[in-house]
Design a protein around this ligand. Structure first.
Ligand SMILES: C[S@@+](CC[C@H](N)C(=O)[O-])C[C@H]1O[C@@H](n2cnc3c(N)ncnc32)[C@H](O)[C@@H]1O
Ligand code: SF4
Length: 325
């Protein structure tokens, strides 16, 4: 523990996707200081982390992206990047310079056609992400794709899989869209039955498609209330652009969280505290979380959507107050 250290390196973004659940481009816009990343990685060494995951916002618009990647690569640890691929003509040069520890990148794509993708990610984004894939192939950068499943693309999962395989992606990851006031208003959120059907559809694709690894990120229906995802097992920790250690990447800086200071999932300020202290605080917060969930479960106090673990956490951290989930 922690196996994965996830850095949400900025709250800036060069897109404004309709489905996005991250608070982006709000003032003050901030990038995580590179020296803080350096210090955290130094302190993480006894815990033997396997990989550093860079995300955002859009991580490649971090003002010192090149220095950030160089710093991560200096530590003897693999790293990955999740990006919208929109400025990949520039950023791939940085990755090529630090290719030894790069474990591949994830490009986000929401549809199999410019029409369906750009409806969610904005005009021209499909062409640019295809160009990013071409650059990856040319420079030997291993890449996978990630698709957030919503009403906009639920009928395209097979076509997206075929496209990913044809483009040379080594894997395709589907995620159920987490709600935000905007994506609900846009009619993108799947109802519970449709969300459960996606799981079956992805399982079928996994069986029938052999030329690409198809997967689905946790967050889907689970009949076991005490089901443990990576953050709850302390296998993944998340540091945001303010330098805060957070409970989970998927509830951090949540768009439309309905609280003024979206900080009730903040565990420690790593600008002020060591990683060791932060991890101890996290272990305590996770223990309290489990006690609470055991009580709710024993009292039959779970709503049907609580069996989607991320929904339960959104409610637990009061991030779903303004959404009728
Ligand atoms: C927050 S983005 C940050 C990295 C980069 N900007 C990108 O879009 O790839 C990381 C991933 O979260 C996904 N994501 C955004 N909103 C989401 C939501 N409401 N539910 C689930 N995943 C979401 C994005 O599509 C992307 O694949
Ligand atoms: S999903 Fe990524 S690219 Fe789209 S708005 Fe959110 S952070 Fe930006």
């Amino acid at each position: 523990m922690p196996e994965i250290i996830c850095f949400e390196v900025t709250n800036r973004c060069n897109l404004d996707c309709l489905h996005c659940n991250k608070v982006i481009n709000t003032q003050p816009v901030r990038d995580i200081p590179v020296q803080l990343v350096d210090r955290i990685l130094e302190e993480s060494k006894p815990f033997n982390p396997r990989v550093v995951a860079l995300t955002g916002g859009e991580p490649t618009v971090h003002k010192e992206f090149a220095r950030l990647v160089a710093t991560v690569a200096q530590h003897d640890i693999d790293y990955t990047l999740t990006t919208n691929g929109q400025n990949f003509r520039e950023t791939h040069k940085v990755l090529v310079r630090h290719a030894e520890r790069l474990k591949g990148i994830t490009l986000s794509l929401e549809g199999a056609t410019p029409w369906s993708n750009d409806k969610v990610r904005g005009s021209g984004s499909f062409e640019r992400v295809l160009d990013a894939m071409e650059l990856c192939r040319r420079h030997g950068i291993q890449f996978g794709l990630q698709t957030v499943v919503s009403t906009a693309n639920i009928d395209e999962l097979g076509a997206i899989t075929a496209l990913a395989a044809a483009q040379g992606a080594d894997q395709l990851n589907f995620i159920l869209m987490r709600p935000s006031p905007r994506n609900i208003q846009e009619g993108l959120l799947l109802d519970r039955e449709a969300a459960e059907a996606v799981e079956q559809r992805v399982a079928d694709l996994k069986q029938s498609i052999t030329n690409i690894k198809v997967d689905m990120t946790l967050g889907y229906y689970s009949p076991w209330p005490l089901f443990a995802c990576r953050p709850l097992g302390l296998a993944l920790i998340h540091v945001d652009y303010k330098g805060y250690l957070r409970f989970c990447p998927d509830v951090a800086n949540y768009r439309g969280a309905g609280v003024t200071e979206d900080d009730n999932d903040v565990v420690a300020d790593l600008n002020e505290q060591s990683l060791q202290r932060g991890l101890k605080a996290l272990a305590q917060r996770v223990a309290v979380f489990w006690q609470n969930k055991i009580d709710h479960t024993a009292m039959n106090d779970l709503a049907p959507t609580d069996y989607f673990p991320c929904y339960y956490c959104l409610r637990y951290f009061n991030k779903a107050d303004c959404m009728d989930l």
